[in-house]
Design a protein around this ligand. Structure first.
Ligand code: PGA
Length: 250
């Protein structure tokens, strides 16, 4: 499976900024090594411009940061999976820690969104991760098991596993500059893989597991080489084309 390098731009970049960053990134990554894929996840307002700036480059795609699990309706402020697809997005995130902890999304809603998004034709990156208090209380396995079980509860077991990724993002490492060490990443990713194998059988091996949380140009190569790390989800260091291209080419 290809390694996935995903850029989560969160609530950053106007259309002009997104277009410029994307064009520069595409230039800098023109010689993308085999086995790598790049995913740009801009705010909704910059989805179309980001896709257009990629000029149909192979192995680059665009994703949405969020959607509501319904085809249409009275859901002010939300967009549907079909609307994301219409803007050129082929991927979307569910369960990002900022949506869980700032916007109040619970496990049940994350599960509903994950299943709905997949059924609607999106590839889904389900984000999971423990808070520092949970880690200190020895609850890493319990939290990951619960979030993955709930997140994938309604996903049909015969779903193409390559359309699903799980991003392990320890909450204490997101945007803090604190990165999980190799030992912590190996342990968490092994737990995630074991659960994926339980849920999907042998297909669980084809589900990508991404690491996210303060990935930077100088730690990306080490992280991406670890066992069970099939890509990275990058926030802060994905905003500048120079930094993100160094991660993609690391
Ligand atoms: P960060 O964010 O790279 O800024 O820590 C990662 C994320 O939120 O996906």
């Amino acid at each position: 499976m290809n390694k996935l390098f995903a850029a989560n731009w969160k609530m950053h970049k106007t259309q002009a900024e997104a277009g410029e960053t994307t064009a520069e990134l595409a230039r800098r990554c023109a010689d993308l090594p085999d086995g790598r894929e790049v995913l740009l996840i801009p705010p909704f307002t910059a989805l179309s411009v980001t896709g257009a700036a990629l000029c149909g480059r192979d192995w680059f795609s665009v994703g949405g940061q969020n959607f509501y699990p319904a085809d249409h309706g009275a859901f002010t402020g939300e967009v549907s999976p079909a609307m994301l697809l219409d803007c050129g997005a082929t991927f979307a995130l569910t369960g990002h820690s900022e949506r869980r902890h700032i916007l109040g999304e619970n496990d049940a809603l994350v599960g509903k969104k994950t299943a709905f998004g997949l059924a609607a034709g999106l590839k889904i990156i389900l984000c999971v991760g423990e808070m520092i208090e949970e880690r200190k209380a020895g609850k890493l396995e319990e939290v990951l098991t619960r979030q993955i079980a709930a997140g994938l509860a309604d996903v049909p077991k015969d779903t193409d596993p390559e359309r699903i990724s799980v991003a392990y993002e320890p909450v204490w490492a997101i945007g803090t500059g604190l990165v999980a060490g190799p030992k912590e990443i190996l342990e968490a990713h092994a737990l995630v893989r074991a659960q994926l194998l339980k849920i999907f059988g042998a297909n669980g091996r084809q589900v990508r597991i991404l690491y996210g949380g303060s990935v930077k140009p100088d730690n990306a190569a080490e992280i991406i080489a670890l066992d069970n790390v099939d890509g990275v989800l990058v926030g802060g260091a994905s905003l500048k084309a120079e930094d993100f291209s160094r991660i993609v080419l690391a």
